[in-house]
Design a protein around this ligand. Structure first.
Ligand SMILES: Cc1cc2nc3c(=O)[nH]c(=O)nc-3n(C[C@H](O)[C@H](O)[C@H](O)COP(=O)(O)O)c2cc1C
Ligand SMILES: Nc1ncnc2c1ncn2[C@@H]1O[C@H](COP(=O)(O)OP(=O)(O)O)[C@@H](O)[C@H]1O
Length: 351
């Protein structure tokens, strides 16, 4: 997949089939949309293209209004979003910085400057609640009319739903039957609309099996292993450190994990995703969200420092508990050792 920052780039395809969205999590609804997009692109003989935003538009407005609560908790870093889009077979991705200029663009200007002149769209696929342009004034009808005028096709994809043992109980919190088209109830069965909000909600509860059901894969974070404060070796619990490049992760706490990218087989481990409340907030990584993974059995062949600089992917399989503020390093060390025991017990029970 080719990645472009902005749409003024000589290597950008002259024409494309496009979908637009935040794609946080690239969940099963997104995957269904991308499959349709690829099919339509193939029929038209043009590359498939995703337009996405960084920061998330609601992050931008949260900062503008100085209301952090408005920012949605982040499922995936940009790196992981791009990896998942590539895995879905998307040909090209345009990442636009969502800033004041973009936010205040009129819907017609967005259609003419970005879609038609910038990307040469032949087909545009959007979700059923898609809005665009300043004050969200642009809607599907406007896009459809512009398609007729400029000669591109426009399509809308309905909500994607799942029904499963893991998600079934969630529907009890949804509006009553007949409340809207998002909830299909064929034969009286209740379905859950797959959405980034549903994934965030499940992640907030630490329900990682439900999350995996909604994503179609276990939730994972990837990146380069970076240096930390070297405290792990003193605590007799070394950790592989990954940065999570957003201040508000949708999940946090202590997890049973699997690490891919270091050995032929995934390595079992236990990890902390968060800001480490027991430690000094003024040190090198203070305040930064990190995923710190301790592998339960470190292969000798890797060498004692063999993780640094490697690109790894850590799957968060099961949540043990929230981050704790331990009273000193001894208590922290004991807590981590208990987490290791609990992780081993969970893994043994799973097999
Ligand atoms: C399984 C596990 C559980 C952890 N739990 C907590 C916790 O509850 N609270 C906390 O402040 N830090 C927690 N930590 C973070 C450790 O403080 C951190 O990984 C350790 O200090 C090593 O830091 P370093 O990699 O920078 O050397 C945990 C780490 C691991 C691996
Ligand atoms: N069991 C293990 N789990 C994770 N990393 C390990 C393990 N054993 C050795 N390592 C190596 O040790 C490094 C971490 O050491 P640590 O003392 O925690 O320093 P840092 O603060 O830089 O993370 C990892 O990057 C990895 O290369």
């Amino acid at each position: 997949m080719q990645i472009f920052r902005g749409f003024h780039h000589p290597k950008l395809a002259k024409a494309c089939a496009l979908t637009i969205g935040n794609f946080d999590g690239v969940h099963r609804g997104h995957q269904a949309m991308l499959a349709l997009l690829k099919n339509e692109a193939r029929h038209r003989g043009v590359p498939s293209c995703v337009m996405t935003f960084e920061p998330h538009p609601r992050d931008f407005f949260a900062e503008q209004h100085q209301q952090p609560d408005l920012a949605p908790a982040r499922i995936a870093t940009l790196r992981d979003k791009l990896n998942e889009l590539a895995a879905c077979g998307v040909d090209q991705c345009v990442v636009l910085p969502f800033d004041q200029a973009f936010a205040s663009q009129q819907p017609q200007a967005f259609i003419e400057e970005v879609l038609v002149k910038g990307l040469g769209v032949k087909y545009v696929l959007v979700g059923d609640d898609f809005r665009f342009g300043a004050k969200r004034a642009g809607d599907y009808a406007m896009l459809d009319a512009a398609g007729t005028a400029h000669g591109f096709d426009v399509a809308r994809m309905n909500s994607y739903e799942v029904s499963s043992p893991h998600t079934r109980h969630l529907v009890s919190s949804l509006p009553p039957e007949g409340a809207g088209p998002a909830l299909g109830r064929p034969g009286g069965r209740s379905n859950l609309r797959v959405s980034s909000s549903a994934v965030r909600e499940a992640m907030g509860r630490g329900a990682m099996q439900e999350v995996a059901q909604l994503l179609g894969r276990p939730y994972a974070i990837s990146g380069h292993v970076v240096h930390g404060r070297k405290l792990g070796r003193e605590l007799n619990c070394r950790t592989l450190n990954l940065r999570f490049s957003h201040w508000k992760p949708a999940a946090s706490g202590i997890f049973v994990v699997q690490v891919h990218g270091l050995a032929e087989q995934p390595l079992a481990g236990v990890a902390n995703l968060g800001i480490r409340p027991s430690l000094d907030p003024s040190d090198v990584n203070g305040g930064r969200v990190l995923l710190e993974t301790h592998c339960l059995d470190w292969p000798a062949s890797l060498g004692a420092e063999g993780g640094y600089g490697k690109i790894i992917r850590v799957e968060l399989l099961h949540k043990l508990h929230d981050e704790l503020k331990y009273d000193g390093l001894d208590a922290l060390m004991q807590g981590i050792h208990k987490d290791c025991d609990d992780a081993r017990a969970w893994l043994a029970a799973r097999i």
